[in-house]
Design a protein around this ligand. Sequence first.
Ligand code: F7E
Length: 323
Amino acid sequence: MKVALITGVGGQDGSYLAELLLDKGYQVHGLIRHSSAEKYKSRLATIAGVPERKDNFVLHYGDITDSASLVRMLAEIQPDEVYNLAAQTHVKVSFDLPEHTMNTTALGALHVLEAIRTTKSDCRFYQASSSEIFGTAASPQNESSPLEPQSPYGCAKAVAHLLTASYREAYGIWAVSGIMFNHESPRRGTDFVTRKISKAVAKIAAGEQDELHLGNLKAERDWGFAGDYVVAMWQMLQTDTPEDYVIGTGESHSVREFARLAFEYLDLNYEDYVRHDPDLERPAEVINLRADITKAEKGLGWKPTVGIEELVQMMVDADKQKL
Ligand code: F7E
């Protein structure tokens, strides 16, 4: 039985990845911060409620800012695969909490890499890298695009990305970065724009909310379905040689367009409800991110299965049901 360790297992990606690996017959160990445990119980409910999954799933309280606990855990679990998904992942929050973001998102990755090195683990390591490392680089962005991050979060992810490559070169650790463009789902946190929109649309349609306040409506993102992206994470660790891959859909859409599609799905006109709020804008914005996934298509045989309209509808339907 293969053994995997997932940091950030209580997050959107962590919960989808844990399900995928459990269904493939892995024993999965998940690292979760004590303070997150209650909050993320609902995301892990699809594991707790299924005996075949639950029996092979072990939750550990821990933190990627605590390197000693990571060393102890690696020595004890002896995983075949380590997926580092834990981080402070909100870009706007990173402007308010730059040091915390660096400590978790950049140094957290370093702690995991150091733990692998010092325990002489021969595990394969996946680093959750992000399209935010490209920032203002011309789109479509691929594995060779320059790193031009525009936020403390983007900078922290760039450090983690470069450290992963450095540990691969310097110490021969089997380590890769998956450069993931935005990926969403009904499990997305409500402070990210897609879920903020889908939740608001459901509430407005039910007469429980009057307006939706948004920041930059012109920014364009490449939005895919998180369930597809965790498949790519796993595939990256099954290849013959450790290599980084860009993962996205190859299409970008503006925030305005996402909102329009979500409102239209419930026969509403977004212009009647969306209000621009400059306080929700960021000190620096990334205007267009669009993935060039040629390498992933060829090297992994990976393709997204959910388009923008299906994604919007899936999220609005889920929020309607939750109401
Ligand atoms: O913003 C604009 C905002 O916060 C998307 C994270 O998973 O993907 C995510 O980062 C766009 C931006 O995601 C609001 O200015 C307008 O242009 O949903 P978001 P993000 O910043 O793209 C990358 C790949 C990651 O790695 C990150 O961890 O939407 N926007 N109005 C707004 N954004 C938010 N959150 N809230 C608004 O009211």
